[in-house]
Design a binder for this molecule. Structure first.
Ligand SMILES: [Fe+2]
Length: 220
């Protein structure tokens, strides 16, 4: 008797983590611009109930403000990251992708001491992205995941604590959730269906990030 079998990797989750390097000047420019936009009152007037504590929330049309060279530049970088990831994970050609329309919602957050973003997803769109302009202060020892992004697998597998059959999976098969430690220049791309939250930030330096949601559709 012989057993023939091979693993079938299925339902893998296309998450991309990376960083932009050599962008110190760009991040400085974005920081100054965002502080001045905040002062001018460029603000999201609808307080979203997942935004808790001291978080400044811009309107969702940030990437339309391309008359600011810093916005035009970061938009171009993030578009490049997303396009490459779609081409790598999918079967579309670059020419086919270029025929489609990217409908983008984008905004920035300035998070100050105590700011929290509670659990949510962006299931209305295929791709979500986060870019850290300034990660702020590192976590204090008593809150080692201050300001971390937590991403969770939506398959809510009921774990019987006595059942060790799923324990210690290799990363390919793991499920549950993982933490992303922010640093300036870092980005994360993930499917909008993944639930995520930002743990309470216990730093004094304002922490600045850009969030992007993108749905991609036929041109009309
Ligand atoms: Fe989000």
């Amino acid at each position: 008797m012989k057993i023939n079998a091979k693993p079938r990797i299925c339902f893998a989750t296309p998450v991309l983590e990376g960083e932009l390097t050599g962008v110190e000047e760009l991040n400085k420019g974005l920081t100054q611009l965002f502080f001045s936009l905040e002062k001018e009152g460029y603000r999201n007037l609808t307080r979203i109930n997942t935004t808790q504590g001291d978080i400044y929330d811009s309107p969702g049309d940030l990437f339309s403000l391309t008359h600011y060279p810093e916005i035009a530049e970061i938009k171009q970088h993030m578009n490049g990251v997303l396009t490459s990831w779609i081409l790598e994970t999918g079967k579309m050609t670059r020419a086919e992708l270029s025929q489609l329309h990217f409908e983008i919602e984008s905004w920035f957050h300035i998070t100050r001491y105590g700011g929290t973003k509670t659990l949510h997803d962006h299931g209305q769109c295929s791709w979500s992205m986060i870019y850290y302009v300034d990660a702020g202060d590192p976590p204090p020892p008593e809150f080692p995941r201050s300001g971390f992004l937590q991403i969770y697998d939506p398959r809510r597998i009921q774990m019987n604590p006595y059942d060790k059959g799923f324990s210690n999976f290799k990363p390919t098969f793991d499920y549950g959730g993982f933490s992303v430690a922010p640093y300036s220049g870092k980005f994360v791309v993930f499917p909008g269906y993944l639930q995520h939250e930002v743990l309470t930030y216990f730093g004094n330096k304002p922490r600045i990030m850009i969030a992007i949601n993108c749905l991609i559709r036929e041109r009309t």
